[in-house]
Design a protein around this ligand. Structure first.
Ligand SMILES: C[S@@+](CC[C@H](N)C(=O)[O-])C[C@H]1O[C@@H](n2cnc3c(N)ncnc32)[C@H](O)[C@@H]1O
Length: 296
């Protein structure tokens, strides 16, 4: 076999096709400015290497504002206080779905909703408070409210509220609208599908609307978890799932300590599947997969 049979063709770097030019220039300095702002305003920790995320999440905003580069956007942010809200809305990750991490909801049903329902059946007027912290477009608090409505007869004769908060005003507006695409019903177990109207006659692009009585159990509010919490009273259960994953360890630890102070003795904290609470937090006991109980 001739010696040069397998010799690879040598291509110098100058001959490689150039990457298509990007629409906007994102310098390292602009990237650092934007990651610092994300951290300062929302606790969102974006590591080196997240340039593509910053670029893809903000390009539309630059286009909408008619800006030429990320340098111009950084200047605009500095000069326009209200823009921070749009910036955080654009960079936050909002993925969610109904009954996500279903074991949490089965636990919530059996340990919170059913005991409350039993007590309410004996004597109405009971008080129950649940907080969905980082609720995104509402699938999590609507799941909680559907479970409560299913279990608690005469729910209106009791004082039952689900507080649903997020930093992102776009997803909160969507959540408060209570409309979901027809495909969302696939995530919902059959016994709960009756809480959606339109399920029989909407096409693939149709909208489903959540039952009004489920809607009225929930209050949607903008709240930055890093800021003050203007609450009166403690919660029976807090869901903070797939939110702390974007925070660094000190931010996460401080937040968990604040949650502990906000839960009733014997109440519950549910966190996301990759957010198990490493390290010790006094007053909190691990009782199941990513389920914690405030000690009595
Ligand atoms: C991935 S979603 C999780 C939604 C839902 N909890 C779930 O598990 O399906 C994370 C949410 O946390 C919100 N978030 C991020 N930083 C926040 C902060 N500092 N304060 C309040 N919400 C924040 C985001 O806007 C986003 O909607």
């Amino acid at each position: 076999m001739p010696a040069n049979r397998h010799r690879a063709t040598v291509v110098t770097i100058d001959q490689l096709p150039a990457a298509p030019p990007r629409e906007f220039v994102l310098s390292q300095a602009d990237f650092q400015t934007l990651t610092r702002l994300a951290y300062e305003h929302a606790g969102i920790s974006l590591s080196e290497g997240k340039q593509n995320l910053i670029y893809s999440r903000l390009a539309r905003r630059l286009r909408a504002l008619g800006l030429e580069s990320f340098r111009h956007y950084c200047n605009y942010l500095a000069a326009t206080p209200g823009e921070v809200e749009n910036f955080i809305n654009a960079i936050s990750t909002n993925h969610t779905k109904f009954f996500r991490e279903a074991h949490h909801f089965e636990h919530f049903r059996t340990h919170v909703a059913v005991p409350f329902a039993r007590a309410a059946a004996r004597k109405a007027g009971g008080r129950l408070r649940v907080w969905s912290a980082g609720c995104s477009s509402g699938e999590e608090p609507y799941t909680i409210a559907m479970i409560l409505k299913s279990e608690v007869e005469n729910i209106g004769g009791n004082d039952v509220r689900v507080l649903a908060t997020d930093i992102d005003t776009d997803v909160l507006a969507k959540a408060a609208n209570a409309q979901f695409s027809a495909g969302a019903i696939d995530e919902v177990p059959k016994p709960y599908r009756g809480f959606f109207t339109g399920s029989a006659d909407v096409g693939a692009n149709g909208k489903l609307v959540i039952d009004n009585e489920v809607q009225t159990l929930i209050a949607f509010r903008r709240l930055n978890l890093l800021g003050p919490w203007p609450f009166h009273g403690l919660f029976d259960a807090i869901f903070c799932r797939n939110v702390m994953i974007y925070f660094d360890a000190p931010t996460k630890a401080a937040l968990i300590d604040r949650f502990i102070q906000q839960i009733k003795a014997g109440g519950w904290l549910y966190v996301g599947h990759s957010e198990s609470l490493i390290g010790t937090h006094s007053g909190l006991q691990l009782v199941g997969r990513t389920i914690y109980r405030r000690e009595t």
